[in-house]
Design a protein around this ligand. Structure first.
Ligand code: AMP
Length: 222
């Protein structure tokens, strides 16, 4: 009798411009593959809300949408990741690494098996974030066309009024795009050289994109 091929434990990172849908895709993928999903921005916000020493140091950067220096962000993220690696668990990371230095630091703790690059033009990203609305109460994410909210832009899950993200305002958006192109996009060649790059066109629906990523990973043996 043929035994089914052992599945590889997924260790994936997502990167892409603001508005490419990283968080949504990372969460869905982690759920399907039964691994934890880690969001760099949320972990940093937890430090700020928990009023920790690191939280106080990173607060200004996060509020201004600037990249937090590596020597602050690496310890917070790598500590969590090390825990998963020691427990022999997989993970899906979103928002980390955001530059080549962070990617090199991550490699020393856990070898990334797939780096999923969500590719989206600046114009398409701008259109995406224009329609995006968040629920500040339960953190559900909506889009005026793709994932419509309730009447008068309310949350369909908890009824709270929705709001746009401060980082989605045009000025903040364009500065984030510039940081992305300059700092984060070099990850394309970093991960290509390692042979783990998976580039996917992000200008499709949430469902289509999720299906495409999942199918590609299954074909790779995950
Ligand atoms: P996000 O929720 O991904 O938009 O992240 C919110 C903020 O957290 C960013 O604007 C940065 O200030 C900070 N941040 C998140 N991930 C990183 C990272 N990998 N490196 C440096 N700063 C980060």
């Amino acid at each position: 009798m043929l035994l089914p091929m052992a599945k590889k434990r997924l260790r994936a990172v997502f990167f892409g411009p603001h508005g490419s849908g990283k968080r949504t895709q990372a969460e869905r993928l982690a759920q399907v593959f039964g691994v934890p999903s880690l969001t760099a921005g949320s972990l940093l916000r937890e430090e700020i809300e928990g009023k920790t020493a690191i939280g106080a140091l990173v607060e200004d950067y996060v509020e201004q949408g600037m990249l937090v220096p590596d020597d602050l962000v690496n310890p917070v993220l790598l500590r969590k990741i090390r825990r998963y690696v020691n427990a022999e668990k997989g993970f899906v990371l979103e928002g980390y690494p955001r530059n080549v230095e962070q990617a090199s630091a991550l490699e020393k703790v856990a070898k990334v098996q797939v780096a999923i690059h969500l590719k989206l033009s600046d114009e398409a990203a701008r259109e995406r974030v224009d329609g995006r609305r968040d629920c500040p109460a339960c953190r559900s994410v909506f889009h005026l066309e793709e994932v419509p909210p309730g009447p008068l832009e309310t949350c369909t899950r908890c009824g709270h009024g929705l709001q746009g993200r401060p980082t989605d305002h045009p000025e903040a958006f364009y500065s984030r795009q510039a940081i992305y192109h300059f700092m984060t996009e070099p990850l394309v060649s970093f991960y290509r050289q390692k042979g783990v790059l998976l580039t996917v066109k992000a200008d499709q629906s949430i469902e289509q994109l999720h299906t495409e990523i999942q199918e590609k990973l299954r074909r790779l043996g995950f």
